[in-house]
Design a protein around this ligand. Structure first.
Ligand code: AHR
Length: 656
């Protein structure tokens, strides 16, 4: 057994404070590989909340492109002779507009779209404009498609780029062109301007995307936001919600079948977050379904995460509604689940939903392994509905893992009722949610140490620290999440996946905070919580290593001075990785006492995440105020280690 005592010349804080401090001894059994850590361990959960999809991750810049919002011209300013029609070429999106030249020769006809809190344009970037059009009475129509800077202060011309489109067919056809943008504009708009000599023209599905989408995909994603997801190295990708799966009423639940096939024919759905809070009301919040299940599966594949779709169990959001599908009429809902498995994995020659996938460009299966039924459900109405799903999925697809739910609470009546029910139904994993304050996180360091190892495993599907009274992304919240995650890591035999929530928020359109990534129309920033997730995912290792202090897990207990710690071994890199979180206001010293092959002390990779104030946070103006800082350190036997107050530290030791 070797005693390794390392001193932190770790810098950032003067090490004087440790003079009288007690050194904490962490015993790490590096010769005793524990549970294999699943690839799915740290993942992401995406929901269309906070304008996360339309107006966020989804690349479309036009709001209400198919004129299907209940107020059909919402998002559009029309001028001149513009008439709404409802017998368009797409059955489930029948509305379109007819533009005709005004009788008064000097007047203009056209339309202007406001985008989502404006349209963000990047200087020098190309934009792909497309529209379905026809000349209903024959002749030739001409109009301009213009990228507009509506700022009245600007001295330049209003348009930053334009293209002229000529339409001369009486049949509906798709017209497409590229428009280059001359400047950066945060809150632009988009204009269609009919030529004075034009024949009347019908326009439908007016669309504008940046050409440079994530991976260059058609109907693609905003690149900077999708790249931020990729950089989280998620092992699992839960979608599409959350409460949007349930709907405020059953009618507005997320229906995946409406979200696949040609985008022009995907019907609009109300977003459940439209009217959730009257102090943050967004009457224009709808789901175009442009970012649909095909795109979610494609993204899973592109970022290397296991797809984990969530489907309605036949219960609308129980906080808001008693709208439940009767148990004896659940079959269409169950069919949605069975058909989804075919959509993802089936043979296009044998199954119509698999054929939809192939026709959309992905003949190979997506290799779906997990399906969640229900989100935050509770009470007897949940298990009674989940049961027939489980029976039918098991009968047809015995290899698919089914995820149930422990309800909306981390403990209490609903949770106590549901766990035994989930055991009875023999689901594979139980989805637990906990949005809790710092006091809860402080005492939750042992949450999973004594969980029953029999029956379903745990999926910590939604969690975040909400600091009392200040629900934002201050550093302190992230620190408690990092502390809590040592508990997930140590218990990887029972906790098989975990996803922080929510993922995205538009700075002008949020309903819920904190969130992992914030953005406006042209920029984004990662929060401290994002970096905590990233540090865990990129240092998840392959096996748990036992790490204790005086024989107990280091979990922030009364005699542990606010310290939390866990360790893993990475067999591919042959590295021991130790995570330590100091949630106290004092620097703490520790030493590692290890049993196992010697480690290379000359080249230790040390990464710290710390802030100058617990309430400090990143922002659009200062996106990198708090980021992980890495350095390679050299230690000698007998050195001590110190971790500054309120700090998350990851230490990576190579084997000698
Ligand atoms: O993540 C925000 C919401 O929190 C989710 O939609 C829901 O599952 C939970 O209540």
């Amino acid at each position: 057994m070797g005693l390794l005592k390392y001193i932190a010349s770790l810098t950032l804080v003067a090490s004087v404070a440790i003079g009288n401090a007690q050194t904490h001894v962490f015993d790490v059994k590096t010769n005793k590989l524990g549970t294999e850590i699943p690839q799915t361990m740290y993942g992401i959960f995406f929901e269309d909340i906070n304008y996360g999809a339309d107006g966020g991750l989804y690349g479309e810049l036009i709001k209400n492109r198919s004129f299907e919002f209940p107020q059909n011209l919402m998002g559009w300013m029309s001028f001149g002779d513009v008439k709404l029609q409802d017998d368009g070429p797409f059955e489930r999106c029948p509305h379109y507009v007819r533009l005709s030249v005004c009788k008064e020769a000097s007047k203009w006809t056209g339309l202007q779209n406001e985008g989502y809190f404006g349209i963000g344009y990047l200087k020098g970037a190309d934009y792909r404009f497309s529209v379905w059009a026809r000349v209903p009475n024959g002749g030739t129509a001409q109009f301009k498609a213009q990228l507009i800077d509506p700022s009245t202060m600007s001295e330049r011309q209003q348009y930053l780029g334009e293209a002229t489109i000529t339409v001369n067919s009486k049949e509906w056809k798709k017209y497409e062109c590229t428009i280059k943008c001359a400047d950066l504009v945060e809150k632009g708009s988009f204009r269609i301007l009919l030529d004075h000599s034009s024949s009347p023209v019908d326009l439908e599905h007016i669309s504008l995307f940046p050409k440079d989408t994530y991976k260059g995909d058609d109907n693609g994603l905003r690149k900077d936001l999708a790249e931020a997801l990729e950089q989280l190295h998620p092992g699992v990708f839960r979608f599409p919600g959350g409460c949007v799966v349930e709907g405020a009423e059953l009618e507005s639940r997320y229906q995946w079948k409406n979200s696949v096939g040609p985008v022009e024919n995907r019907p609009l759905n109300e977003n459940r977050w439209l009217h959730s809070f009257d102090n943050r009301l967004f009457p224009d919040y709808f789901q175009s379904y442009g970012l649909g299940f095909y795109e979610y599966f494609r993204l899973s594949e592109e970022i290397g995460a296991e797809p984990l779709p969530v489907l309605s169990v036949g219960l609308a959001c129980q906080y808001q509604s008693k709208n439940h599908q009767p148990v004896d009429q659940l079959q269409p809902y169950i069919d949605d689940a069975l058909d989804l498995i075919e959509f993802a994995n089936g043979d296009p020659a044998q199954n119509k939903w698999a054929k939809v996938r192939a026709d959309m460009g992905h003949p190979a299966p997506f290799n779906l392994k997990y399906i969640a039924i229900g989100n935050e459900q509770w009470g007897p109405e949940f298990p009674v509905r989940l049961k027939p799903f489980v029976e039918q999925i098991r009968a047809k697809y015995p290899n698919i893992q089914i995820i149930g739910s422990a309800g909306p609470d981390s403990e209490g009546e609903k949770y106590d009722y549901l766990w035994p029910e989930m055991r009875k139904l023999k689901v594979d994993l139980v989805d637990e949610h906990f949005y809790r304050n710092e006091a809860w996180f402080r005492q939750a360091g042992n949450r999973y140490d004594n969980y029953s190892r029999k029956g379903p495993k745990v999926f910590a599907g939604e969690y975040a620290c909400h600091i009392d009274g200040k629900k934002w992304n201050q550093f302190q919240a992230a620190l408690f999440e990092a502390a809590f995650m040592t508990n997930l890591e140590r218990n990887a035999d029972i906790v098989r996946m975990a996803t922080y929530a929510p993922l995205f928020a538009h700075v002008e359109g949020w309903q819920w905070r904190p969130d992992a990534i914030w953005f406006n129309n042209t920029q984004k920033f990662n929060t401290c919580s994002y970096y905590v997730q990233q540090l865990y995912a990129t240092n998840k290792g392959t096996h748990v290593l036992p790490l204790t202090m005086k024989g107990k897990p280091v979990a922030g207990n009364a005699d542990q001075d606010g310290l939390f710690a866990s360790a893993v071994y990475d067999k591919n890199q042959q590295m021991v990785i130790v995570k330590v979180v100091n949630t106290s206001d004092k620097e703490q010293s520790f030493l590692l006492q290890q049993q196992g092959k010697p480690l290379d002390l000359g080249k230790v990779e040390v990464t710290t995440l710390m802030a100058d104030h617990p309430e400090a946070e990143n922002s659009l103006d200062n996106p990198t105020r708090i980021v992980p800082v890495s350095a390679v350190k050299s230690y000698k036997m007998g050195d001590d280690l110190a971790i500054p107050a309120n700090t998350f530290m990851v230490l990576k030791f190579h084997r000698k």
